[in-house]
Design a protein around this ligand. Structure first.
Ligand SMILES: NC(=O)c1ccc[n+]([C@@H]2O[C@H](COP(=O)([O-])OP(=O)(O)OC[C@H]3O[C@@H](n4cnc5c(N)ncnc54)[C@H](OP(=O)(O)O)[C@@H]3O)[C@@H](O)[C@H]2O)c1
Length: 227
């Protein structure tokens, strides 16, 4: 299986990438990145394509990646950057799938996984006490991804993964705290990485949004070697 990933230099993307590299059924991973990946993440399975503009994909690049089976979109910012959080993921989605429809790879249904967040709000008129602008922007963008997922349903399975706060250390303690404050609150980066690497290979019964609780349960079981 060939998998594309963006955001692989980031906290979440790098955790997902490490778990994907351990998945035997993933034979090739192509990171689309604006800069080279750190040297400590290397594998014969992994290659990087440097992309200068994530709002434009030329025919040469599209033909290099058309044979992919899935993409993990882990690029994003926590602020209200419209270009990175709205334009980039959707331009990739529509440009890539439209090009793929006309390629020899069209018979395979693609799998697109977008990383978003648990605290997004799609209602643009709702009054919010904290981080109003980024939460609404991410909520609007997520709604758009799910809408596009429906439009492209015949050629693509679409998932929006909605982690709470992502803990890079002390994840076990943080996840216990998360249970105290509610299952949506926190997930360890390794748990999330294990969950998404499994999702990209196996999918889930139901397409659409996936919430923190499900990811903590399944990801923890995967880390314990108990699928
Ligand atoms: N961390 C959390 O607790 C958390 C929780 C829930 C949801 N999220 C969401 O998950 C996403 C990723 O979060 P993260 O914590 O992994 O963020 P991060 O560590 O800051 O990583 C962001 C990634 O996106 C890339 N990126 C950002 N701006 C870009 C641009 N203009 N062009 C190309 N690449 C760009 C970065 O590339 P460079 O390395 O080149 O900058 C990096 O690979 C975000 O949308 C965030 O809102 C995060």
């Amino acid at each position: 299986m060939k998998v594309l990933i963006t955001g692989a230099t980031g906290t979440i993307g790098s955790a997902i990438l490490r778990h994907c590299l351990q998945e035997p059924s993933i034979t090739s991973i192509v990171a689309l990145s604006r800069r080279a990946l750190p040297q400590d993440i290397s594998s014969p399975k992994l290659s990087t394509i440097l992309v200068s503009d994530f709002a434009n994909y030329d025919a040469a690049l599209l033909s290099k990646i058309a044979s992919a089976d899935a993409a993990i979109w882990a690029m994003g910012t926590t602020d209200a950057n419209h270009e990175v959080n709205v334009i980039y993921p959707h331009t990739f989605f529509t440009t890539f799938l439209d090009a793929r429809k006309n390629s020899e790879h069209r018979s395979k249904r693609f799998r697109y996984i977008r990383i978003n967040g648990a605290f997004t709000v799609s209602d643009q008129d709702r009054s919010l006490w904290f981080f109003s602008e980024p939460r609404k922007l991410h909520g609007m963008s997520e709604a758009r991804t799910l809408e596009l997922g429906k439009q492209y349903r015949d050629v693509c399975q679409t998932f929006v993964v909605k982690p709470g706060g992502v803990a890079t250390s002390g994840a076990g303690v943080m996840e216990c705290a998360g249970k105290l404050f509610g299952d949506g609150a926190v997930i360890g980066a390794e748990t999330l990485g294990a969950f998404v690497a499994d999702l990209v290979v196996h999918g889930e019964e139901e397409e659409g949004a996936i919430f923190n609780k499900r990811m903590v349960e399944k990801g923890s079981a995967l880390l314990k070697g108990n699928k």
